[in-house]
Design a protein around this ligand. Structure first.
Ligand SMILES: Cc1cc2nc3c(=O)[nH]c(=O)nc-3n(C[C@H](O)[C@H](O)[C@H](O)COP(=O)(O)OP(=O)(O)OC[C@H]3O[C@@H](n4cnc5c(N)ncnc54)[C@H](O)[C@@H]3O)c2cc1C
Length: 346
């Protein structure tokens, strides 16, 4: 079978690249092993603000506008609801933080994202004596629902194989690639943190970072916004909340740990004043990089082989724009900016 593109790894990176290929009527086959994708466990939050420092996230306006548009299109295409616009309420720790927020909300790049007044705390069971800063333009998608729906869609199109890609079986021939019965003109590797197993990928450019969430049931919490204090508290409906996430560079397994559970419980108790029970614990590994920018493009060694990785902590928001940039780079020879080009580390 001959195809234009072979995509290895169908997390949020692979998915948005497939969307580009569909939009431009290219043929493709995606291979994914249905492993613990970071995308599947992620909070699915798109948030244009760095909530520690009250600054705009990298290229926030561009990324967020494209992301909201793409996820809305995906909702229609997959006939499922995925996207919800919901504000993030950042708990202020002090009067000084309130003042810093006000100053930030006056800045040009932030004025559309930061409400300029302090929101008083009217939640019965949230501890926030200094109130909240309200982020505008934020929201969430349901990432595991999206992946499941997209995989069903590709399966119907006969464009998905559920298996582990075996790198040793890949052959390059006359500028194209042969993998088992598939002949592809180009190959895109988008395996997230699992790329460290890829012999073609420069492993030193990835710094995998494990994150864990608890799903808790808290009938008296009654939150309809995303709360941000020492942890994110993300409403899931039915009085369930996703709480996290932790950060660890030491243990890179995808197993939940007791240590993370204790950390999340203690931090949640510092934020809320009501009972909760832990329903589930999940873990995944973020593909972060030394300079917190993605890794896109090719290395000189193998023409036709491309990487789409390094989405770090903001893959949900950034992947749609980056997929488009990578597509234009490959198909129209547009230069990738140095800050995202994988060759910048050479
Ligand atoms: C706990 C946690 C919370 C997060 N919360 C958020 C958030 O709220 N908002 C946000 O924007 N980002 C969040 N992130 C980050 C976000 O999840 C990542 O940036 C993004 O999901 C990375 O996507 P990816 O497609 O590169 O990798 P992945 O999602 O990991 O996908 C890679 C896919 O490739 C498959 N694969 C790997 N190797 C092979 C192989 N050899 N053969 C076949 N298939 C293979 C894997 O099984 C997987 O399906 C969070 C991450 C974590 C861990």
């Amino acid at each position: 079978m001959t195809t234009d593109y072979l995509i290895v790894g169908l997390g949020i990176a692979g998915l948005h690249f497939c969307e580009q290929l569909e939009a431009h009527k290219k043929r493709f086959i995606a291979i994914d092993n249905d492993g613990v994708a970071a995308t599947k466990v992620s909070g699915g939050v798109y948030n244009p603000v760095v909530l520690k420092r009250f600054t705009a996230a990298w290229n926030a306006s561009k990324h967020i506008d494209a992301a909201v548009g793409r996820y809305s299109e995906l909702e229609k295409k997959l006939e499922t609801s995925l996207l919800r616009s919901v504000p993030v309420y950042r708990i202020f720790k002090s009067i000084e933080e309130q003042n810093d927020w006000m100053v930030a909300s006056d800045k040009q790049e932030l004025s559309r994202f930061l409400a300029s007044e302090v929101v008083p705390n009217t939640f019965r069971n949230v501890k926030a004596p200094f109130g909240f800063g309200k982020v505008l333009g934020s929201g969430k998608i349901d990432p595991s629902k999206l992946l499941a729906a997209y995989k069903r869609y590709l399966t119907q199109k006969k464009a998905l194989r559920t298996e582990t890609f075996q790198y040793e079986l890949l052959q390059t021939q006359d500028g194209s690639f042969q993998y088992k019965d598939i002949k592809a003109h180009r190959i895109i590797f988008s395996e997230g943190a699992a790329a460290h197993l890829n012999p073609y990928f420069p492993k030193q450019y990835l710094i995998p970072n494990k994150g864990e969430y608890l799903i808790v049931h808290a009938p008296q919490l009654d939150l309809d916004v995303i709360l941000k204090g020492p942890m994110f508290v993300i409403p899931l409906g039915n009085n369930n909340y996703k709480v996290g996430a932790t950060y660890s560079r030491d243990d890179l397994s995808t197993h939940p740990t007791q240590e993370a559970k204790e950390e999340i419980v203690a931090k949640l108790q510092a934020m809320i004043d009501c009972d909760f029970t832990v329903v589930e614990q999940i873990a995944g590994v973020r593909p972060t990089t030394p300079d917190r920018k993605p890794l896109l493009g090719s290395l000189a060694a193998t023409p036709g082989m491309y990487f789409f990785n390094g989405l770090g902590t903001r893959g949900i928001m950034n992947a749609p724009t980056l997929a488009e940039q990578l597509y234009r780079h490959i198909e129209h020879n547009e230069t990738l900016s140095e800050e995202i080009d994988i060759r910048r580390f050479y």
